[in-house]
Every structure is written in structure tokens, then in C-alpha cells.
Design a protein around this ligand. Sequence first.
Ligand code: SF4
Ligand code: SF4
Length: 182
Amino acid sequence: MALIKDLAKKVFLLEIFKGMALTFRMMLSPAVTRQYPEEKRGAFPGFRGLHALVRKEDGSARCVGCGLCAAICPSKCIDVYTSEGADHTKVVDRYEIEVLRCVYCGFCVEACPFGAVVLTEHFEYSDYSRAALFMDKDKLLGNWDKYMAGKKGIEYFKRFWRPLSEDFKAHDDQAVFRGIRK
Ligand code: SF4
Ligand code: SF4
């Protein structure tokens, strides 16, 4: 039986007709190619795009200059320069990212204990000069204002970078440090 079926397929060129029918169907179906940049897709929530430094409500950067992001960065493209302030606090003098070397792994965001650095959804930032893709502290804070301002910035860590430190709760019977008893 199988032999007859096989023979029939060969004699009547069934496979060729099936293939041609598929080609014809595809010719009549609407094109799926997007005419970028005229036609753009919507937002890409959680996309790992251009970097930004988180700005606090008082307008200053949330970054404390601990350098963990720079230490973990596999591309070594983050540089943090700090000095000691008048009241012995650490001052972040410079925070720089060489965007062209970044591999968008997101380790810097994960490593930061203060939620001070983010990867925004913005991806259209090609340029003809290297300088434009060298981000200093002001540019990075500007990126926060442009791409993460308002609710978006507040939601960012909750939606895309779980678990947060508050997710690690101790079991009820686990011994935890509760301060000195008097
Ligand atoms: S996303 Fe990865 S490669 Fe890019 S700056 Fe952060 S840690 Fe470095
Ligand atoms: S961005 Fe975060 S990890 Fe990097 S130096 Fe600032 S506080 Fe530390």
C-alpha cells in the first residue's frame, strides 16, 4: 500500500503541487516586514537598552559610589571615581559608562545594592562618534529623566529585577539579630 502511495505521489507530482500551493498562499498573505524606522513597534517593557542613573526625589543621584557595578561588569566599561566629602561621606565625583563596550548583561543592575543604575527601554541611540556613546554622570542622570521618569522608574525594579532585598524574609522560627536586650 505504501509503495502505491509513493508511486502515486511521484506520478502525479503531488509534493511539487503542495509546495507551489504553499508558495502561492504566502504570496497572497500580507507582508510581515516592518518598514523601520518609519514603522515602529510599541514599547519593549524590560528591554535592556541605554543605561541611566537613578535620580532621587531631591534631584541627586541615588548612587553611593560603592563600585560594585564596576567590579562585576564583565566588559569593564564602568568607572566610578569618588572622594571624601566634608562630613566624611563618600562623594561620587564621576560615574562613567563606555556604552560601546557594554554587552547588556544587566549584571550592574543586579549587583547594585541601592537600585541606582538601570537599563532603560531606549534602544535607538546609534551615532557616528564614540564621544556620543560615552556616558558621564550628567548624561546618565539625563537618561533617567528622559526615559524612566515618574511611575515607570518606580515600577522598573519591581517588575524586572526580582527578587528584591525585601523578598528575603526569615522563617518564623529562624534566629535573627534583633538588637541588644537591656
Ligand atoms: S550591562 Fe553588563 S556589560 Fe553593560 S555596563 Fe552593565 S555590567 Fe557592564
Ligand atoms: S550604581 Fe550602585 S553598585 Fe554602582 S557604584 Fe553606584 S551604588 Fe554602587
